[in-house]
Design a protein around this ligand. Structure first.
Ligand SMILES: [Zn+2]
Length: 202
């Protein structure tokens, strides 16, 4: 089957009534109409075909280029976004260093964990106390929070927190940047139903 270069129709070479030769190439036409169009301006149709296929190649190349460019742009966007998201955090941290870093970090930590601060009881450089509400498996529960910036948490820290919590008829939550020492661990095992412990990670 040949293709009528004027209208694009398939033409059976054996049955075609209209054909011509141009530049050594034979062309078949579906009708007199197409044959005449070709004869009136063969360059239009011969060139059309050539341009068409070369344009296709160009377009394909351009498309490939564009897809590649788009992918690269997206990558750039993602990188930009990452950088832009990181920047304000870093700036915030700088402010925190000058300001009361520990307390602000604790507040950020609570906010990130969806823990509500009901009342701030005390704010010091390495120590933060508040009434908080934690969404536990048993529903929302109020805790007396004692957050400390110290390397080790001892049984004494738990005892103080528990005492303060019980005077307010609350459960106690101790959060600290450091870990439990041996006595702290023992205390937590014994009183774990009344006091929670969480290591603060900023
Ligand atoms: Zn035709």
């Amino acid at each position: 089957m040949a293709i009528d270069t004027v209208c694009g129709m398939e033409v059976d070479e054996k049955k075609a009534r209209f054909s011509t030769v141009d530049n050594g190439k034979k062309y078949y036409f579906c009708s007199k109409n197409c044959y005449e169009k070709f004869q009136n301006n063969p360059l239009k149709y011969v060139n059309k075909k050539i341009i068409k296929s070369s344009e296709k190649d160009k377009l394909n190349l351009q498309n490939k280029d564009n897809v590649q460019k788009k992918i690269e742009l997206k990558k750039e966007d993602i990188n930009k976004n990452l950088i832009e998201e990181e920047r304000p955090l870093a700036e915030k941290k700088k402010i925190k260093v000058k300001d009361n870093e520990f307390v602000i970090n604790v507040k950020d930590y609570l906010r990130a964990k969806d823990i509500e601060i009901l009342e701030v009881l005390s704010e010091r450089k390495r120590d933060f106390e508040a009434r908080i509400r934690i969404d536990t498996m048993l529903g929302k529960q109020e805790f007396y929070l004692m957050a400390k910036d110290k390397k080790t948490v001892s049984d004494n820290d738990f005892a103080v927190a528990l005492q303060k919590a019980q005077s307010k008829k609350m459960l106690a939550a101790v959060m600290a940047t450091g870990s439990l020492n041996k006595k702290g661990k023992e205390h937590l095992e014994q009183w774990g139903n009344l006091v929670k412990y969480e290591k603060l990670k900023f």
